[in-house]
Design a protein around this ligand. Structure first.
Ligand SMILES: [Zn+2]
Length: 262
């Protein structure tokens, strides 16, 4: 009697429902919320666009940064973690850090706005990868992701990821802006995601490895420029280059300190 109770209890513990496929399966012990490769310098090595320097500031804030991007157990089954998300991660890693031929061109527009035009990206894979970061942060119970709660959008994005349905470009667009052009800024900074509400719209801000990701979740208040910068179905995206003033505002927003003393 006692023995069978123990076995039953153990069996229950080993199968829980996976947050992505919703099936009762054995879940993996550790899943990344933010994949480890994203700590690296974007467009590094052969892909390099910006001069990357390691600053003193990086050491000062290192302890605080390492808390984010942590692992979380018992959320995904092996198949969802390794295959569904793993496939997206492998592709995004090749785009961001080299391995697939994409075109990169630095452009200054007539208004003086600087950006890198990235072309020949696989829209579906990249879009779903980016969305998976938002979704993972939303399902996470880690304190760093407390601000991310997608509500009804959580299940919509879950289905998009699970069914490889990337939706149209204006469905949950994400604008990427980098301050890697600023040598004095700490590039390996990863901050806790934040929520910004204005009017009846809201968006989430993630700061990962020197890149600010702005996710427009609600259908309202998505500015035209955001739609123009987010990845489109031709596989083009504009990675904005933040000015020093813009980067200062980002740091103040994420850690309450202007690391650039602007
Ligand atoms: Zn699963």
């Amino acid at each position: 009697m006692h023995k069978s109770t123990t076995i039953k209890a153990k069996a229950i513990k080993e199968t829980m429902s996976c947050k992505l496929c919703l099936k009762d399966k054995k879940l993996v012990r550790q899943s990344h919320i933010i994949p480890a490769f994203m700590y690296k310098d974007i467009f590094d090595e052969k892909h390099r666009l910006f001069e990357v320097t390691v600053t003193k500031d990086k050491d000062i804030i290192k302890d605080r940064l390492r808390q984010t991007g942590a692992n979380e157990g018992q959320i995904l089954c092996q198949s969802c973690d390794n295959e569904v998300l793993g496939k997206l991660e492998r592709y995004a890693s090749l785009v961001l850090f080299g391995g697939v031929p994409i075109k990169l061109q630095n452009i200054t527009d007539v208004k003086g706005m600087k950006y890198t035009l990235c072309e020949e990206i696989d829209y579906a894979k990249f879009k779903l990868f980016i969305l998976s970061l938002l979704w993972r942060a939303s399902i996470s119970k880690l304190p760093d992701y407390n601000n991310v709660n997608l509500g009804p959008h959580e299940d919509k994005i879950r289905q998009m990821i699970l069914n490889s349905n990337s939706g149209g470009p204006i469905k949950y667009p994400c604008v990427m802006a980098s301050y890697r052009n600023l040598k004095e800024a700490p590039h390996q900074f990863i901050g806790s995601p934040g929520l910004v509400k204005d009017g009846d719209g809201f968006r989430y801000l993630f700061l990962i490895g020197g890149v600010l990701y702005i996710f427009y979740v609600s259908h309202h208040n998505i500015p035209d420029w955001a739609d123009e910068c987010a990845i489109n179905s031709n596989g083009e995206l504009k990675l904005l280059h933040l000015t020093k003033k813009g980067a200062s505002a980002v740091f103040k927003n994420f850690i309450g300190v202007d690391l650039l003393n602007n």
